[in-house]
Design a protein around this ligand. Structure first.
Ligand code: SAH
Length: 344
């Protein structure tokens, strides 16, 4: 019954069931997804009577209300906290790049994947986000800054493939030509590696980029950092990745957060190269962002450079993630956690 999570076709069905003409569906759709209206008041050419009829029939429009915003003085990065209809809090990040404006969104309120270095998972999973709540993070930011958002990354709180049904619907809506019409190629989904879900995604033949959180060169180390590694081996994960590339032609990204003394030694880099041989991929090294609940610390700049050099020598495409908004920094999920704790 959430209007903003409906496709145009579903809205048409909805209007039909209310004995309203079909063109109203397109009007409503464009108000929500093109003109980014968050409330009935903004929808000027929709008769008041129809608005009441829709509300009386039990339909709602979920959004995301700006609760707080932290702006970096260094590079204009903005971190947002949004409040949802049920009081839950989520976080999103706006980043300005040469190639366009990018928004990093959350797919769940909380997370149940349990990665050891991540703040998003400390309080467990509260709930899945609705497609409209994923969209609203982008829409609200776009309205706030008055500029178009061209790129979306799902690297905020949550595991997208643990909420795949809503994420797929979100993708359909955000790429729709009657809405924001963002190109699939400008969308990245980051996953900790739920193998059967990657397999399902392959069959959809999307042109999105899949980023896999690897973080280790072998199963033993990966299990220390990520509980999901107990469920699926790296070999199973790599098989799924090879198949994803075969089916979609899209080069994979592997994310590798460097933790001092845990996965950042030269022999880790060499082992990683062996594992990635023949893979069409790109490795993104992320200096780990320490969280106070765990005693992981960031690798020394020297170790990071050494790690990168070894990968380059072995002809692995590699970049170090540029730190954005260093002055407003908070590791993945920390803003949300701090806010929720302060409200208890
Ligand atoms: N659930 C998805 C999205 C998570 S956030 C996934 O696992 O990919 C995006 C990336 O940030 C992931 O690679 C995640 O492992 C990484 N990450 C989380 N907390 C981090 C931290 N404190 N420091 C560095 N990287 C972190």
């Amino acid at each position: 019954m959430d209007l903003k999570s409906m496709t145009l076709q579903e809205l048409e069905e909805c209007m039909k069931s209310l004995q309203e003409p079909k063109f109203r569906a397109k009007q409503l759709y464009e108000w929500m997804h093109k003109h980014l209206a968050f409330s009935w008041d903004e929808m000027k050419n929709i008769p008041k009577k129809l608005k009441e009829k829709i509300s009386d029939a039990g339909y709602v429009m979920y959004g995301a209300e700006k609760e707080d915003c932290f702006v970096s003085e260094l590079d204009g990065t903005r971190k947002y906290l949004f409040r949802l209809y049920d009081g839950n809090i989520i976080e999103s990040v706006f980043m300005k790049y040469k190639h366009g404006n990018s928004v990093c969104i959350s797919s769940q309120a909380g997370c149940r994947m349990g990665c050891r270095f991540c703040a998003s998972t400390l309080g467990g999973l509260d709930r899945n986000l609705e497609p409209s709540e994923m969209l609203s993070q982008i829409y609200a930011i776009q309205k706030d800054i008055g500029e178009r958002v061209s790129h979306v990354v799902m690297m905020g709180t949550g595991e997208p493939l643990d909420n795949d049904r809503n994420v797929l619907r979100f993708l359909e809506l955000i790429t729709s030509e009657n809405g924001q019409n963002i190109s699939q190629r400008n969308i990245t989904i980051s996953t900790c590696g739920i193998v059967p879900k990657i397999r399902e995604l392959e069959k959809k033949h999307l042109q999105i980029t899949l980023a896999i959180s690897l973080h280790a060169p072998n199963d033993e180390k990966r299990r220390e950092l990520m509980p999901i590694a107990n469920k699926y081996s790296m070999e199973e994960l790599f098989d799924a990745c090879r198949f994803y590339f075969k089916e979609t032609g899209r080069r994979m990204t592997f994310e590798y957060s460097l933790v001092a003394g845990v996965n950042d030694r030269p022999e880790d880099a060499r082992e990683l190269c062996q594992r990635l041989e023949g893979f069409s991929c790109h490795v993104n090294l992320i200096p780990v962002n320490p969280i106070k609940e765990r005693n992981f610390s960031q690798s020394m700049p020297k170790s990071i450079m050494e790690f990168k050099k070894i990968l380059e020598k072995n002809r692995v495409n590699v970049t170090i993630r540029r730190e954005m908004g260093a002055d407003i920094n908070a590791a993945c999920g920390q803003l949300r956690r701090t806010k929720l704790q302060s409200e208890k």
